[in-house]
Design a binder for this molecule. Sequence first.
Ligand SMILES: *Cc1c(COP(=O)(O)O)cnc(C)c1O
Length: 390
Amino acid sequence: MRDFKYYDDLYVENTYSRFDLSLVRGKGSYVYDENGKEYIDFNSGIAVNTFGVSDDGWKFAVEKQINLIQHSSNLYYTEPCALLAKTLCERTGAKKVFFSNSGAEANECAIKTARLWGEINKGKDNYGIVVFKNGFHGRTVTTLAATAQESFHRHFYPFTEGFYYADAGDIAGIKKLVKENGCAAVMLEFIQGEGGVVPMDKGFVKDLKSLCEEENILFIADEVQTGNGRTGTLYAFSQFGIVPDIMTTAKGLAGGLPLGATLFFGKAAGTLKAGLHGSTFGGNPVCCAAALSVIDRIDDALLKEVREKSEYIVKELSGAKGVVSVSGMGLMLGVETTCDAGKVINTCVGKGVLPIKAKNKIRLLPALNIPWDALEKGVSAIKEAIEENL
Ligand SMILES: *Cc1c(COP(=O)(O)O)cnc(C)c1O
C-alpha cells in the first residue's frame, strides 16, 4: 500500500494546492501529523475549529446527539435545531434563522431573500445587490457573481445577473448604483477575509447603514468568517455600531461540523415562506447540537480573552523585523511583511506552526481558546520565520 497522499493526488480532483502534510489527530491547539510531529495550529481549519481539535465539551455534545438520532429531515422538528435558533436569536436580536451547510449556502439564502424582499416591498425589478470589490462570498455560481474579484470569475461565465461592484468607502458611488439599478440590498464582509484581512472603516459602515435606511434596501452582513467570537465579540456587527437586516455565518459556528446560518432581523424576518427555500441537510441535529455547545461557551470571559490574545499578537508583531502592518480584529489577523508570505508560511510549517495565507499576508486564525503558552511559542516562531526570509 502506497502513502495515502499518492492516492489523493491520483484520485481527488486537483482543486486544492495542498501542503505536503496530513493532520491525523490533535488536542486543542496542538495537532500531529502521521509521523507524530507536533504543530501549533494557527488557522483552526480556516476559522472552523472554534475550540481547537477534539475538544471535550464539543465531543460530548456531538456524541450525545449521535447516540440519539443523527438526522431526521426537515419534515420533522428536532430539538437541537430549535434550541440553536432560539439561542442565536436571543444572543443577536435576530427574529428568525434559516440553517444550511456552508457559507456559500448561507449567502445564497440571503440573496434569494433579498430578491424576494425587493419584489414584495419595492416591485418586481428591484433585485439588484451592491457588493464590494475584493470581497469573497463563496464558490457557487451566484456567490461567485457576488464575489467582485476577476481572478475567481474567468472560465465560469455567464454569471447570475444583478450584482453591482462598488468600492468600499465610496458612498456616492454606491448611492448611484442603488438609484440606477433597482436594488434590494447591499452585502459586505466587515473584514474581507479571503481578500487579505482588510477591515471596513467603521464610519463607512455606519454611513452605508444610513444609506440602506434612506433607500429602503437591506443591509446584508457576511459574517461567515468574522462570526462566532472570531473578532472578539459574538458577531462583528456589534463592533461596527450597526444591526444588519440579514447576517450570514458558517465556518466556526459548529466548531468543525458543516453548518451555515442566515439570520433575519427586523424588516427582513418572515420574508421566506414554506416551499420557497430548503436544504436536505440544513439544520442537521448533530451539527446544531455542536453549534449550541460552541455558542453557549462564547461568553464575556472568553471574548475578553480573545481580545487580550489579539492585543498580544498585534503588540508582538507590529514593529517586528520585516513586518509592514498587522490588520484585522480579534483572532482574525493578517500580517503583511516585506518578504514573501508563502515562503514565511512554509518556514513556519517546518518550525511546527500552521498559519495560512490571505492574498499577500500571513493570516492568523488560532482557536479562540488557544493556551497562552502555545500562543507565545507560535508568535515567536512566526517572528523568527519572517526574519529568516528577509
Ligand atoms: C469562507 C467564506 C465563504 C464561503 O464559505 P463556504 O463554507 O466555503 O461555502 C463566504 N463568505 C466568507 C466571508 C467566507 O470567509
